[in-house]
Design a protein around this ligand. Structure first.
Ligand SMILES: Nc1nc2c(ncn2[C@@H]2O[C@H](COP(=O)(O)OP(=O)(O)OP(=O)(O)O)[C@@H](O)[C@H]2O)c(=O)[nH]1
Ligand SMILES: [Mg+2]
Length: 437
């Protein structure tokens, strides 16, 4: 099955909770705290993998979670980190955050990867909280929840050559002859309902070829299978526009080039409507099924020539006549196109703005207070939000530490200035905290 779009729900691993534990030694009835820290939760990554050419593995399973961090343990043993989760996607997959619409990554080349959800931090164990003023901390932190995101994946296959043409002209037959791809082939139109990718070997070089479902006039308005799959040739280096000789063959055995020219122009119009950049791609016009006649093909060649077009090759995919020569014509063009793109790509990279990391303010003391319509107050601040998520509200010691921080960072005063009364609901992030202050 082929799938070129998917929406998935991903979750970084939950951090492991810290441990509350006390040293127990002979003759020392009540030792100091020795609870270890919880492990960090695993991160989730997407990685472009050339061994996959579809998103169909995201059809049935849609939720992916990295491993949780392990709990901290006594004797100052820290919990193990959760394992990272790596999800392979085909090269050509773009990744968007559905909440913001932001393009997170465009994974083009095999091996390119992107971190899409961070695992939560592990909670500190009680040993961490020991200080001169707090000799016996009886609390630990909870693990932080992992980052959660809903991602929209969109695949545009990346191939060197895209084969386009009217239904049943022999696109799939050609790809099956020149590569190891084995698509379905039949005489009825729209046999191919999803794109096929094949790898072609010429001497010691190789390139990739992709065929798409047949196109007819009106495809951009949804006729036939429509233009839904055209995006898969948007990233092809060049196009092979395949024509079917049988469409020129008259009942009396003579050749009439007119229907071929009309068909050709009809498809060009569809390409233009779908995407001007697609229409600008270098295109080779190739006539297929030449085994069907013994007639001289010159009238067809001439008719295209008079229309300002060139018939680049005549082949029979069925008998393999001319297919080798076609590949040898394609190879240098493919290599030149790759070189051109590489240059374009390095120019694009050079233009990218240099991002300065760490501009996010992540101090406890940096927060913002927002007054909600219902009179409640919401505190926004990365570190404070993390703090509440990791505070074990069932522990008086943990709550006392929380109150200390609220006091020390000036949050309490800021809330009072913002109009906090005794019964004003106050949230940090999504968690209500006024009862704990
Ligand atoms: N005589 C002859 N028949 C061919 C040749 N190439 C393909 N065919 C036949 O043409 C028919 C259509 O071939 P396909 O390869 O399925 O055509 P397609 O362009 O992929 O068609 P769609 O996927 O429907 O768009 C099949 O019956 C093939 O056997 C050829 O070179 N000569
Ligand atoms: Mg086909």
């Amino acid at each position: 099955m082929f799938l070129d779009e998917a929406t998935i729900d991903i979750l970084g691993g939950h951090g492991g909770r810290g441990c509350v534990s006390w040293r127990r030694e002979k003759y020392i009835p009540k030792g100091g705290p020795n609870g270890g820290n919880g492990g960090k939760g695993g991160d989730v990554y997407l990685i472009a993998d050339e061994n996959t050419d579809t998103l169909s593995h995201f059809a049935s399973k849609k939720r992916f979670e990295a491993q949780k961090g392990h709990f901290g343990m006594g004797q100052n043993r820290n919990g193990k980190q959760g394992e990272d989760l790596w999800l392979p996607v085909p090269p050509g997959t773009s990744v968007r955050d559905t909440a913001t619409g932001e393009l997170i990554a465009d994974l083009r080349e095999h091996g390119e990867q992107v971190l899409v959800a961070r695992g939560g931090r592990g909670g500190y164990g009680n040993a961490h909280f020991k200080s001169s003023v707090r000799q016996r901390p009886d609390f630990a932190e909870l693990g932080e929840p992992g980052q959660q995101r809903i991602l929209r994946l969109d695949l545009k296959l990346v191939a060197d050559v895209g084969i386009i043409g009217y239904p049943s002209v022999g696109k799939s037959t050609l790809i099956s002859v020149i590569s190891a791809a084995r698509p379905k082939i039949a005489e009825y139109p729209f046999t191919t309902i999803v794109p096929n990718l094949g790898v072609v070997h010429v001497d010691d070089r190789q390139f990739t070829v992709c065929d798409v479902p047949g196109l007819i006039e009106g495809a951009s308005e949804g006729k036939g299978l429509g233009d839904r799959f055209l995006r898969h040739i948007e990233r092809c280096g060049l196009l092979v526009h395949l024509l079917d000789l049988s469409h020129a063959l008259q009942a009396d055995g003579t050749l009439d080039p007119t229907p071929l020219l009309e068909e050709y122009r009809g498809i060009r119009r569809e390409l233009q409507t779908f995407s001007p950049t697609l229409a600008e791609k270098r295109e080779l016009i190739v006539l297929n099924k030449i085994d069907l006649t013994m007639q001289d093909l010159a009238p067809i060649r001439d008719a295209f020539h008079s229309a300002g077009l060139e018939l680049h090759a005549s082949i029979s995919a069925a008998t393999h006549n001319g297919t080798d020569a076609l590949l040898r014509t394609l190879l240098p063009l493919v290599l030149a196109e790759r070189a051109r793109r590489q240059q374009e790509e390095s120019a694009r990279q050079a233009e990218l703005p240099v991002l300065t990391p760490g501009t996010d303010d992540t101090r406890m003391g940096s927060f913002r207070i927002v007054r909600n319509d219902d009179g409640s107050l919401t505190v926004q601040g990365k570190r404070l939000e993390q703090l509440v998520q990791m505070t074990d509200e069932s522990s008086e010691g943990a709550l006392q530490r929380f109150r200390d921080i609220v006091e020390r960072t000036g949050l309490k005063r800021a809330l009072q200035r913002a109009g906090m009364q005794k019964d004003t609901p106050v949230y940090i992030g999504a968690i209500r905290i006024d009862a704990y202050m």
